[in-house]
Design a protein around this ligand. Structure first.
Ligand code: AMP
Ligand code: TRP
Length: 332
């Protein structure tokens, strides 16, 4: 059976990269797969989170998923900490995955920066928790943005090592699903940096909670270069900001980059940006409105998360019981 698992961290500022790289793809996949969509609060605290903000951000991600079109009655939306399987399996994976594998993780290097000695142990072990998220449900497919590819490879390696070490064919090797015209949306201020929740400048990203005015302002202020739109995708090499805006347009319009390019070829970016504003507002406006409405009703969101947690737990519990038997944990 095919099962999807994916996650988003509730670290605030849910943005266009999360939408185009992940959440929108989930909405499209939900007709073909059984899906679990997880708000990974345990991952979030690998770097400091204010407790009150964490609660708020958890509900905001739930609202963002529902407003984008995830069907919470057919699929499961829940927050990670409500299901013990994640913590249980991640410990076992801490003992399966090798230091050498984790040492190669580029996300850790980026996030820990120069202060590696001062990073939390959780930040280092982060990918093992992510493998546990996926494999506690024996999920087969994982739709994510480009930046998570390396973590997915580690999850496959870990699943395989577990199977080999214990002489079982237990865990599937989960496949990444990375698709669309914007699998890596870049910062609006610097086309060589990924759009991220934690960038200090709010002008670097379009938030899913931004209203039409904020979206327009940010797109108008987005960095570009003085050249017009060329014809032919290769001509955008060395123009990261221009290339990023084109990718965003193509993804929002559901067209390929080449088609968008030939439409705008020879025109100035100021004109292109105006059309991008209209397009972005038409796609994100309704989602934003629905998010606001949902955020005003926390009891409703909590009800969805509670039901999701129960259903997720019912899937993971028997899988963890089997893992415990395989490992030799006595269940007296
Ligand atoms: P995160 O914000 O790190 O919790 O990411 C949640 C999901 O959004 C993951 O599937 C990421 O790969 C995806 N994602 C995050 N940032 C971007 C980005 N700038 N472009 C495309 N996808 C992204
Ligand atoms: N690490 C992912 C990110 O920051 C979030 C995540 C946690 C995830 N667990 C996951 C994604 C399991 C897919 C599957 O983007």
């Amino acid at each position: 059976m095919n099962r999807i698992f994916s996650g988003v961290q509730p670290t605030g500022n849910l943005h266009l990269g999360n939408y185009l790289g992940a959440i929108r793809n989930w909405v499209r996949l939900q007709t073909e797969y059984d899906c679990l969509f997880c708000i990974v609060d345990m991952h979030a605290i690998t770097v400091w989170q204010d407790p009150k903000e964490l609660v708020r951000n958890t509900r905001e991600v739930a609202a963002g998923m529902i407003a984008s079109g995830v069907d919470a009655s057919k699929h499961i939306i829940f927050n990670q900490s409500t299901v013990p399987a994640h913590a249980q399996l991640s410990w076992i994976f801490n003992c399966v995955a090798r230091m050498g594998w984790l040492n190669r993780m580029t996300q850790f290097k980026e996030k820990a920066g120069k202060h590696k000695e001062n990073a939390s142990v959780g930040l280092y072990a982060y990918p093992n928790l992510m493998s546990a998220d996926i494999l506690a449900y024996k999920a087969t497919h994982v739709p994510v943005g480009e930046d998570q590819k390396q973590h997915l490879e580690l999850a496959r390696d870990t699943a395989q090592k577990f199977n080999i070490d214990y002489g079982v064919e237990f865990f599937p090797l989960p496949e990444p699903l990375i698709f669309g015209a914007a699998t890596r949306v870049m910062s609006l201020r610097d086309g060589t940096k990924k759009m991220s929740k934690s960038d200090e400048s709010d002008y670097s990203r379009i938030n899913m909670a931004d209203d039409a005015d904020a979206i327009a302002l940010k797109i108008r202020k987005a960095k570009t270069d003085p050249h017009p739109m060329p014809d032919g995708v290769e001509a955008l090499e060395g123009r990261p900001e221009a290339s990023n805006l084109l990718g965003i347009y193509a993804a929002l319009a559901d067209q390929d980059k080449a088609a968008v390019m030939s439409r705008f070829a020879g025109r100035q970016f100021s004109e292109f940006k105006q059309e991008l504003v209209d397009l972005a507002v038409s796609v994100l406006g309704p989602i934003n409105g629905e998010m606001q409405r949902l955020m005003a009703d926390p009891a409703y969101l909590d009800g969805i998360l509670r039901s999701g947690a129960e259903r997720a737990d019912a899937i993971a519990r028997p899988i963890i019981a089997e893992v415990y038997d395989i490992v030799g944990f006595l269940r007296p």
